[in-house]
Design a protein around this ligand. Structure first.
Ligand code: PEP
Ligand code: MN
Length: 360
Protein backbone atom coordinates (compact mmCIF):
# COMPACT_ATOMS: atom_id res chain seq x y z
CA UNK A 1 0.00 0.00 0.00
CA UNK A 2 1.49 3.32 -1.01
CA UNK A 3 -0.28 6.10 0.82
CA UNK A 4 0.98 9.41 -0.57
CA UNK A 5 0.22 13.06 0.11
CA UNK A 6 -2.55 12.67 -2.51
CA UNK A 7 -4.50 10.79 0.14
CA UNK A 8 -4.41 13.82 2.46
CA UNK A 9 -6.05 16.01 -0.13
CA UNK A 10 -9.55 15.27 1.15
CA UNK A 11 -8.49 16.64 4.53
CA UNK A 12 -6.67 19.65 3.08
CA UNK A 13 -9.80 20.42 1.06
CA UNK A 14 -11.58 21.31 4.32
CA UNK A 15 -9.13 24.21 4.46
CA UNK A 16 -9.04 24.27 8.25
CA UNK A 17 -6.63 26.07 10.51
CA UNK A 18 -7.37 23.54 13.26
CA UNK A 19 -7.85 19.76 13.47
CA UNK A 20 -10.91 18.28 11.76
CA UNK A 21 -13.85 17.86 14.14
CA UNK A 22 -16.50 15.21 13.63
CA UNK A 23 -19.34 15.43 16.16
CA UNK A 24 -22.85 14.15 16.68
CA UNK A 25 -24.70 11.54 18.69
CA UNK A 26 -23.59 7.97 19.25
CA UNK A 27 -26.93 6.99 17.70
CA UNK A 28 -29.57 8.73 15.66
CA UNK A 29 -32.67 8.37 17.83
CA UNK A 30 -35.43 10.55 16.35
CA UNK A 31 -35.65 13.00 13.49
CA UNK A 32 -36.06 15.83 15.95
CA UNK A 33 -32.95 14.81 17.93
CA UNK A 34 -30.81 14.61 14.76
CA UNK A 35 -31.99 17.98 13.42
CA UNK A 36 -31.60 19.72 16.76
CA UNK A 37 -28.02 18.52 17.35
CA UNK A 38 -27.00 19.33 13.78
CA UNK A 39 -28.45 22.81 14.06
CA UNK A 40 -26.51 23.44 17.27
CA UNK A 41 -23.31 22.21 15.67
CA UNK A 42 -23.45 24.26 12.51
CA UNK A 43 -21.51 27.54 12.73
CA UNK A 44 -18.95 25.91 15.03
CA UNK A 45 -15.61 24.20 14.42
CA UNK A 46 -17.45 21.03 13.49
CA UNK A 47 -17.20 20.01 9.81
CA UNK A 48 -18.76 16.56 9.83
CA UNK A 49 -21.86 15.30 11.63
CA UNK A 50 -21.76 11.71 12.89
CA UNK A 51 -24.62 9.43 13.92
CA UNK A 52 -24.85 5.65 14.25
CA UNK A 53 -27.80 4.20 12.34
CA UNK A 54 -26.95 0.53 12.80
CA UNK A 55 -25.47 -0.04 16.27
CA UNK A 56 -23.27 -3.04 17.04
CA UNK A 57 -24.11 -3.96 20.63
CA UNK A 58 -22.05 -6.20 22.83
CA UNK A 59 -25.13 -8.07 24.05
CA UNK A 60 -28.58 -8.47 22.45
CA UNK A 61 -31.47 -6.52 23.88
CA UNK A 62 -29.88 -3.07 23.71
CA UNK A 63 -30.88 -0.37 21.24
CA UNK A 64 -29.68 -1.58 17.85
CA UNK A 65 -30.17 1.62 15.90
CA UNK A 66 -33.09 3.11 13.99
CA UNK A 67 -31.98 1.62 10.66
CA UNK A 68 -32.35 3.06 7.17
CA UNK A 69 -35.02 5.61 8.14
CA UNK A 70 -32.26 7.50 9.98
CA UNK A 71 -30.49 8.13 6.67
CA UNK A 72 -33.43 10.31 5.61
CA UNK A 73 -33.03 12.36 8.79
CA UNK A 74 -29.34 12.80 8.01
CA UNK A 75 -30.15 14.00 4.49
CA UNK A 76 -32.45 16.58 6.01
CA UNK A 77 -29.83 17.57 8.60
CA UNK A 78 -27.29 18.01 5.82
CA UNK A 79 -29.64 20.25 3.82
CA UNK A 80 -30.39 22.37 6.90
CA UNK A 81 -26.90 22.61 8.44
CA UNK A 82 -24.52 22.26 5.51
CA UNK A 83 -22.50 19.75 7.54
CA UNK A 84 -21.15 16.61 5.86
CA UNK A 85 -22.75 13.40 7.14
CA UNK A 86 -20.93 10.33 8.51
CA UNK A 87 -22.31 6.88 9.43
CA UNK A 88 -20.91 3.52 10.45
CA UNK A 89 -21.25 0.71 7.91
CA UNK A 90 -20.78 -2.94 8.74
CA UNK A 91 -21.82 -4.76 5.55
CA UNK A 92 -22.55 -4.30 1.84
CA UNK A 93 -26.24 -3.54 2.43
CA UNK A 94 -25.32 -0.65 4.75
CA UNK A 95 -22.89 0.69 2.13
CA UNK A 96 -25.55 0.51 -0.58
CA UNK A 97 -28.07 2.42 1.54
CA UNK A 98 -25.49 5.01 2.60
CA UNK A 99 -24.54 5.60 -1.04
CA UNK A 100 -28.20 5.92 -2.04
CA UNK A 101 -28.69 8.56 0.65
CA UNK A 102 -25.66 10.60 -0.32
CA UNK A 103 -23.76 10.07 2.92
CA UNK A 104 -20.33 11.72 2.65
CA UNK A 105 -18.16 9.84 5.11
CA UNK A 106 -18.37 6.15 6.01
CA UNK A 107 -16.59 4.67 8.97
CA UNK A 108 -15.86 1.05 9.78
CA UNK A 109 -16.43 0.25 13.45
CA UNK A 110 -14.01 -1.50 15.77
CA UNK A 111 -16.08 -4.68 15.82
CA UNK A 112 -16.03 -4.81 12.03
CA UNK A 113 -12.32 -4.07 11.51
CA UNK A 114 -11.53 -7.31 13.36
CA UNK A 115 -13.28 -9.27 10.62
CA UNK A 116 -11.46 -9.37 7.27
CA UNK A 117 -14.50 -10.95 5.53
CA UNK A 118 -16.69 -8.02 6.56
CA UNK A 119 -14.08 -5.41 5.64
CA UNK A 120 -13.57 -7.04 2.23
CA UNK A 121 -17.32 -7.06 1.64
CA UNK A 122 -17.45 -3.33 2.44
CA UNK A 123 -14.43 -2.61 0.24
CA UNK A 124 -16.04 -4.48 -2.68
CA UNK A 125 -19.30 -2.57 -2.22
CA UNK A 126 -17.39 0.73 -2.24
CA UNK A 127 -15.21 -0.12 -5.23
CA UNK A 128 -14.10 3.03 -7.06
CA UNK A 129 -16.54 5.37 -5.29
CA UNK A 130 -15.07 8.65 -4.06
CA UNK A 131 -16.33 8.51 -0.47
CA UNK A 132 -14.16 9.39 2.50
CA UNK A 133 -13.68 6.15 4.44
CA UNK A 134 -12.34 6.02 7.99
CA UNK A 135 -11.20 2.77 9.56
CA UNK A 136 -11.47 2.46 13.33
CA UNK A 137 -8.85 0.38 15.06
CA UNK A 138 -9.90 -3.22 15.77
CA UNK A 139 -11.10 -3.99 19.31
CA UNK A 140 -7.82 -5.82 20.03
CA UNK A 141 -4.43 -4.08 19.85
CA UNK A 142 -3.35 -5.62 16.54
CA UNK A 143 -1.69 -3.10 14.25
CA UNK A 144 -1.49 -5.52 11.31
CA UNK A 145 -5.24 -6.08 11.42
CA UNK A 146 -5.84 -2.32 11.45
CA UNK A 147 -3.48 -1.76 8.50
CA UNK A 148 -5.03 -4.77 6.74
CA UNK A 149 -8.42 -3.07 6.90
CA UNK A 150 -7.00 0.08 5.30
CA UNK A 151 -5.25 -2.01 2.62
CA UNK A 152 -8.48 -3.75 1.62
CA UNK A 153 -10.07 -0.35 0.95
CA UNK A 154 -6.95 0.99 -0.76
CA UNK A 155 -6.91 -2.04 -3.07
CA UNK A 156 -10.56 -1.35 -3.93
CA UNK A 157 -9.52 2.03 -5.29
CA UNK A 158 -10.69 4.16 -2.34
CA UNK A 159 -8.57 7.31 -2.50
CA UNK A 160 -9.81 9.26 0.53
CA UNK A 161 -8.72 7.19 3.49
CA UNK A 162 -8.17 7.89 7.17
CA UNK A 163 -8.04 6.03 10.48
CA UNK A 164 -9.77 6.52 13.80
CA UNK A 165 -8.05 5.58 17.04
CA UNK A 166 -10.76 4.55 19.54
CA UNK A 167 -8.68 2.55 22.00
CA UNK A 168 -8.47 -1.17 22.74
CA UNK A 169 -10.32 -3.65 24.88
CA UNK A 170 -8.45 -5.08 27.86
CA UNK A 171 -9.24 -7.66 30.47
CA UNK A 172 -7.60 -5.47 33.09
CA UNK A 173 -9.68 -2.69 34.60
CA UNK A 174 -8.19 0.73 33.81
CA UNK A 175 -9.47 4.28 34.03
CA UNK A 176 -10.34 4.06 30.33
CA UNK A 177 -13.24 2.28 28.67
CA UNK A 178 -10.78 1.32 25.93
CA UNK A 179 -7.10 1.74 26.73
CA UNK A 180 -5.39 4.07 24.22
CA UNK A 181 -2.07 2.23 23.72
CA UNK A 182 -0.83 5.45 22.09
CA UNK A 183 2.35 3.80 20.82
CA UNK A 184 0.34 1.69 18.38
CA UNK A 185 -1.31 4.68 16.76
CA UNK A 186 2.04 6.50 16.74
CA UNK A 187 3.62 3.59 14.93
CA UNK A 188 0.84 3.71 12.34
CA UNK A 189 1.43 7.45 11.98
CA UNK A 190 5.18 6.84 11.48
CA UNK A 191 4.62 4.19 8.83
CA UNK A 192 1.90 6.09 6.98
CA UNK A 193 2.43 9.80 7.65
CA UNK A 194 -0.08 10.74 4.95
CA UNK A 195 -2.90 8.70 6.41
CA UNK A 196 -4.99 11.17 8.45
CA UNK A 197 -5.24 10.04 12.07
CA UNK A 198 -8.33 10.95 14.07
CA UNK A 199 -8.78 10.38 17.78
CA UNK A 200 -12.07 9.19 19.31
CA UNK A 201 -11.79 10.33 22.95
CA UNK A 202 -15.43 9.35 23.57
CA UNK A 203 -14.86 5.61 23.10
CA UNK A 204 -11.37 5.74 24.62
CA UNK A 205 -12.58 7.26 27.88
CA UNK A 206 -16.23 6.24 28.15
CA UNK A 207 -16.59 9.27 30.44
CA UNK A 208 -17.41 12.81 29.47
CA UNK A 209 -15.18 14.33 32.16
CA UNK A 210 -12.07 12.84 30.52
CA UNK A 211 -12.78 13.95 26.93
CA UNK A 212 -10.83 17.19 27.25
CA UNK A 213 -7.70 15.54 28.63
CA UNK A 214 -7.55 12.79 26.00
CA UNK A 215 -8.32 15.22 23.16
CA UNK A 216 -5.40 17.37 24.31
CA UNK A 217 -3.12 14.33 24.42
CA UNK A 218 -4.11 13.50 20.84
CA UNK A 219 -3.38 17.03 19.64
CA UNK A 220 -0.04 16.95 21.44
CA UNK A 221 0.73 13.86 19.34
CA UNK A 222 -0.13 15.69 16.08
CA UNK A 223 -3.42 13.93 15.40
CA UNK A 224 -5.30 15.36 12.44
CA UNK A 225 -8.75 15.33 13.96
CA UNK A 226 -11.20 14.39 16.70
CA UNK A 227 -14.50 12.54 16.64
CA UNK A 228 -16.56 13.39 19.72
CA UNK A 229 -19.99 12.03 20.60
CA UNK A 230 -22.35 14.95 21.12
CA UNK A 231 -25.99 14.88 22.19
CA UNK A 232 -28.55 17.49 23.25
CA UNK A 233 -29.53 15.38 26.28
CA UNK A 234 -26.55 13.12 26.98
CA UNK A 235 -27.90 11.56 30.17
CA UNK A 236 -30.94 10.26 28.34
CA UNK A 237 -29.10 9.11 25.21
CA UNK A 238 -30.20 5.68 23.98
CA UNK A 239 -26.59 4.47 23.78
CA UNK A 240 -23.27 5.51 25.35
CA UNK A 241 -24.94 8.04 27.68
CA UNK A 242 -21.98 8.43 30.06
CA UNK A 243 -19.55 9.60 27.39
CA UNK A 244 -21.59 12.09 25.37
CA UNK A 245 -21.33 15.85 25.81
CA UNK A 246 -23.72 18.65 24.85
CA UNK A 247 -22.93 20.92 21.88
CA UNK A 248 -22.22 23.71 24.39
CA UNK A 249 -19.69 21.57 26.26
CA UNK A 250 -18.13 20.50 22.96
CA UNK A 251 -17.58 24.13 21.99
CA UNK A 252 -15.99 24.81 25.38
CA UNK A 253 -13.72 21.77 25.04
CA UNK A 254 -12.58 23.02 21.69
CA UNK A 255 -11.99 26.51 23.00
CA UNK A 256 -9.82 25.18 25.83
CA UNK A 257 -7.73 22.89 23.63
CA UNK A 258 -4.25 24.12 22.93
CA UNK A 259 -3.62 23.60 19.26
CA UNK A 260 0.08 23.22 18.69
CA UNK A 261 2.29 23.68 15.69
CA UNK A 262 3.97 20.58 14.27
CA UNK A 263 7.34 22.29 14.70
CA UNK A 264 9.06 25.67 14.93
CA UNK A 265 11.84 26.94 12.71
CA UNK A 266 13.48 29.21 15.30
CA UNK A 267 17.16 28.36 15.92
CA UNK A 268 16.79 28.87 19.64
CA UNK A 269 14.02 26.27 19.84
CA UNK A 270 15.94 23.78 17.69
CA UNK A 271 19.18 24.17 19.62
CA UNK A 272 17.54 23.68 22.98
CA UNK A 273 15.57 20.71 21.67
CA UNK A 274 18.72 19.10 20.24
CA UNK A 275 20.51 19.42 23.60
CA UNK A 276 17.62 17.91 25.52
CA UNK A 277 17.40 15.06 23.01
CA UNK A 278 21.08 14.28 23.59
CA UNK A 279 20.26 13.88 27.27
CA UNK A 280 17.36 11.58 26.45
CA UNK A 281 19.53 9.49 24.12
CA UNK A 282 22.13 9.08 26.83
CA UNK A 283 19.55 7.98 29.39
CA UNK A 284 18.12 5.49 26.89
CA UNK A 285 21.56 3.95 26.39
CA UNK A 286 21.97 3.66 30.15
CA UNK A 287 18.51 2.14 30.56
CA UNK A 288 19.41 -0.58 28.06
CA UNK A 289 22.73 -1.22 29.76
CA UNK A 290 21.03 -1.64 33.13
CA UNK A 291 18.30 -3.86 31.69
CA UNK A 292 20.98 -6.06 30.10
CA UNK A 293 22.81 -6.34 33.43
CA UNK A 294 19.59 -7.08 35.28
CA UNK A 295 18.82 -9.89 32.84
CA UNK A 296 22.26 -11.44 33.41
CA UNK A 297 21.46 -11.62 37.13
CA UNK A 298 18.10 -13.19 36.30
CA UNK A 299 20.00 -15.80 34.25
CA UNK A 300 22.16 -16.64 37.26
CA UNK A 301 19.05 -17.04 39.40
CA UNK A 302 17.65 -19.32 36.67
CA UNK A 303 20.78 -21.49 36.84
CA UNK A 304 20.48 -21.68 40.61
CA UNK A 305 16.81 -22.66 40.41
CA UNK A 306 17.71 -25.35 37.88
CA UNK A 307 20.35 -26.74 40.18
CA UNK A 308 17.85 -26.99 43.04
CA UNK A 309 14.85 -27.90 40.82
CA UNK A 310 12.80 -24.90 41.99
CA UNK A 311 9.92 -23.36 39.97
CA UNK A 312 10.69 -20.21 37.95
CA UNK A 313 7.76 -18.11 39.12
CA UNK A 314 7.93 -16.98 42.74
CA UNK A 315 4.73 -15.03 43.25
CA UNK A 316 5.31 -13.82 46.81
CA UNK A 317 8.71 -12.31 46.00
CA UNK A 318 7.36 -10.72 42.82
CA UNK A 319 4.43 -9.03 44.63
CA UNK A 320 6.84 -7.61 47.20
CA UNK A 321 9.08 -6.18 44.48
CA UNK A 322 6.13 -4.66 42.68
CA UNK A 323 4.70 -3.03 45.82
CA UNK A 324 8.05 -1.46 46.62
CA UNK A 325 8.54 -0.19 43.08
CA UNK A 326 5.10 1.44 43.03
CA UNK A 327 5.94 3.34 46.22
CA UNK A 328 9.42 4.36 45.05
CA UNK A 329 8.08 5.27 41.63
CA UNK A 330 5.47 7.56 43.13
CA UNK A 331 8.22 9.58 44.79
CA UNK A 332 9.90 10.02 41.43
CA UNK A 333 6.70 11.25 39.80
CA UNK A 334 6.02 7.96 37.97
CA UNK A 335 2.42 6.74 37.85
CA UNK A 336 1.37 3.38 39.24
CA UNK A 337 0.06 2.42 35.81
CA UNK A 338 3.47 3.05 34.25
CA UNK A 339 5.36 1.16 36.96
CA UNK A 340 3.03 -1.81 36.62
CA UNK A 341 3.45 -1.93 32.86
CA UNK A 342 7.20 -1.55 32.83
CA UNK A 343 7.89 -4.02 35.63
CA UNK A 344 5.45 -6.57 34.27
CA UNK A 345 7.34 -6.40 30.96
CA UNK A 346 10.72 -6.73 32.70
CA UNK A 347 9.46 -9.60 34.83
CA UNK A 348 8.06 -11.39 31.78
CA UNK A 349 11.43 -11.11 30.04
CA UNK A 350 13.20 -12.49 33.16
CA UNK A 351 10.80 -15.42 33.27
CA UNK A 352 11.37 -16.33 29.63
CA UNK A 353 15.14 -16.10 30.15
CA UNK A 354 14.93 -18.36 33.20
CA UNK A 355 12.61 -20.81 31.46
CA UNK A 356 15.14 -21.20 28.69
CA UNK A 357 17.87 -21.91 31.22
CA UNK A 358 15.83 -24.27 33.38
CA UNK A 359 14.75 -26.31 30.35
CA UNK A 360 18.19 -26.38 28.76
C1 PEP B 1 -19.46 4.39 17.66
O1 PEP B 1 -18.69 5.16 17.09
O2 PEP B 1 -20.55 4.72 18.13
C2 PEP B 1 -19.03 2.99 17.84
C3 PEP B 1 -19.88 1.98 17.91
O3 PEP B 1 -17.72 2.93 17.97
P1 PEP B 1 -16.68 1.70 18.07
O4 PEP B 1 -16.80 0.96 16.77
O5 PEP B 1 -15.42 2.43 18.22
O6 PEP B 1 -17.07 0.90 19.27
MN1 MN C 1 -20.89 5.17 20.71
Amino acid sequence: MKITTENRKWLDDFNLSHPLVIAGPCSAETEEQVLKIASELKDSDVSVFRAGIWKPRTRPGGFEGVGAIGLKWLQKAKAQSGLLMAVEVANAAHVQLALEHDIDVLWIGARTTVNPFAVQEIADALKNTDKIVLVKNPVNPDLALWIGGVERLYNAGIKKLGVIHRGFSTYEKTKYRNIPEWQLAIELQNRFPDLPLICDPSHITGRRDMIQEVSQQALDLNYDGLIIETHIDPDNAWSDAAQQVTPTVLKQIFKDLRIRKVTDDADDYNNRLARLRLDIDEYDVRLLEILGKRMKVADKIGALKKEKNVAVLQNKRWNEVLGKMILDGEQKGLSEEFILRIFKAIHQESISHQEKIINS
